[in-house]
Ligand binder design. Sequence first.
Ligand code: BGC
Length: 903
Amino acid sequence: MTALVPINLKCENLTNPAGLNGLSPRFSWALGCPTRENNKQQTAYQILVGESRELIPGSAAIYWESTKVTSAQSLYIPYAGKALRSNQHLFWTVRVWDEQGVVSIAAEVQSFVTGLLFAEDFSAHWIARYFVLPAGREIPADNQYDNPWQARPADYLRTEVCVPKSIYRATAYLTALGLYEFYINGHRVGEDVMAPGWTDYHQRVEYQTHDVTSLLNSGDNALGAIIAEGWYSGRIGHNQRRAGNHYGGRPAFWCKIVLEYTDGSTQQFISDRHWRTKQGAICYSDFLMGELYDARLEMPAWHCVGFAQSTWQPVEVFSPEPNPPKIEAARCEPSREISEHCTQYLHQTTNGGYIFDAGQNLSGYVRLEMQLARGTKVTLRHGEILDEKGELYTQNLRHAVSTDHYIGKGEGVEVFKPHFTFHGFRYVELSSSAAVTLAKVKLTAIAIGTAMQQTGSIKTGQTMVNQLLSNILWSQKGNFLSVPTDCPQRDERLGWSADAQVFWRTAGYNMDISAFLDKWFEDIVDAQLADGAFTDIVPSRPLNPYRQSAQPGAPGWGDAPVILAWQHYLRYGDRDLVAKHYGALLRWMAHIAKDNPDYIRNHHVYNNYGDWLSVGPSSDRCMVATAYWVYIADIMAKISKVLGFPTDQQRFETLAKNIRRAFIKRFVDDAGVISGDTQSGYLLAIDFKILTTDLAAQAAKHLVRTLKSADNHLQTGFLGVKHLCPVLSDIAQEKTAYQLLLNDSYPSWGFSIKQGATTIWERWDGWTAEKGFQSVAMNSFNHYAYGAVGEWLYARMAGIDWDEEDAGFKSIIFRPIFNRDIGWVKAEYQARRGLIKSHWRYHKENIEWRISIPPNCQGKVVLSRRWRQFDAATAPLKIVEDDNTTIYLYGSGDYCFTLTAKN
Ligand code: BGC
């Protein structure tokens, strides 16, 4: 009977990736133990990679048969077989040996496609509609629709190709400057939305890879693409002086289809001058404005063989300015439609519109199914919330119009779903140029987002906490769309770095964000300025909400990459990302140090936002900036240690020591009062371990005082919020931590939930009974930063925490804070090494607590001495005691404990 099974196999942080950038992809697996034995360990592994799914060792199809490697390593093992070529479809599996030398069955076979690896692979051309038409060609009619933003119609592109022989395999590599949908013989290729995603298109664009073997026929075939503006030339951000055209003026397309014939020969079809273009039913489609679709202009079968294309214009083959971007394989999961939500009709508004409720604030669009007469125009407006009169509240969308229009063709029930726009919404207002029979209207909300694996789940005995967990998850779903954005609804939708940084640890519990960061870190480095400054938003160039050049990062914002790199290492045990970008991190550290010789962070603080959007007294911005400097200097010392650079480690340790000293001197008085006397000031100083033991103890008292004087309510902004519950737990104020969690009066998480929130609000006072809506200038109802409490819910309420001493959850700290008001918690986290569980429940005076530790990992069960009794059915491997806690060490397996509190 085999005890170990390799599961959840990943290649380069992805499941079955198609298209890779390197020649030595890395393999990882988790381990399961179906026989539920304890203390299971991997002692050796063997990887097999080959050209056929059968993977017969020793056969000619095998590319790499590693030896039986004596090792417990199960993460990031680089390929070391025959040299890889472009466009290879390969398969792999692994088997492992346990501590008794018993070998597992081979893991379920997985696949990967290498992609385009060499310069000669990029023979295709960028093609687009002519800006200026060649003489004698059709001049497009002026856009006849109400379109004051001059959003562009989508361009349809087509060509026909001949397949002379029998195909073994066909692989399509597709991308666009803008967005694309691709079709072969009338069939849509893949299910991605908003492809190819957002990068700095002046530097880099990613392609998607699809196996299209089944779509091509022998003989004639039609290839078709629709391209639209997206992030490339459409509107994004809130700079009205430069609302769109950030990267260029017109979208373009690039593709290469590689055919492998059964006789061993190959052929390729590429985007080139033979393609033709025309505009069709998508009259415009823009992220912020919405889409106008006139079904009367559809060109049936335009993407099929034999379509008469005589009125279609030739495309222009051109070289994008300022330089053609590098074309690279997509590094993270594609964006997809992730769920559908039936809407409910609510009521008619005073202006005649019909309001529908999707029940969930989300990013996406609606599918309309309705019968309508030819020429009838249906308008769909989107909003996150209704006002007091039940009207759609859209003032907070600022310049985003977020309206889709559909003009019917009069052919039975018509189905419309926009192609190249998305909205942040819960409510939809439908109006029509003709009378509407509501019973015959079907509106379904469709959520989109980057399709990452959900890895975490928690349920508790408190409905409000469960709703909070759901709101956090939904704010992540709605804002992790190719890049992590601040919000999905208003004229912004930018990759604000501090928002991401404070939320990252929470995000990593919810979903597998490893590949997402692989991709975003490339964007971060693309955006880094020549003087080493990271930027406030990523992608950045040439987009900047304030000026025409990239905005260098403020403290807490520009610091984000250091924090993300370290968290990525701790969560996934992946040194490679940290090593790859170490140079970029060093440049940022040098940038800060340069003009701040007295270790107070006064210079290079740019738009120093401080503890953004806090309520109550404001924190001293220079203090916040300097505290963050200590934090990232400490992290850099740890990173240097992990990478084996002792000189750098020492340098950063000294730097951190100097900043600490300067911080105390400048910002802390003898009684431990920190400049500004704010909750966030104490939180940062305590959590970043800036203070001496004595001062820290005093600061803890001041923190409790500031909370009490706010009637035990939080006052923190974006930077402080994440530290609230963790610090309160660390300073033995667990009850207060839970009180903050369970508060439902303003300001608190519960307050927004009481108002019906289904996502995290940008502001604690997004809406209050006294003041109504906050300023229309900035009031999103889907901003994840305050959802940063999620990491505490996983790490301390449920008690599943990483251990810095052994990264990648090789060692797991189980340290829950039990609470009667919560009653019970059922938490699971699918770590890269395997499934971790922590379930606890009060039974009168006792707590029953069950945990699961995956094979090859170890658990540290940390308990405070206030438990009178700790009964475990299984004895720990080891017990370690310190002043206040006892740590029980366990190997892998399932364990059940009973705890009884002292009196
Ligand atoms: C964004 C934030 C961001 C902030 C910085 C806002 O407009 O929505 O989330 O961090 O600006 O000032």
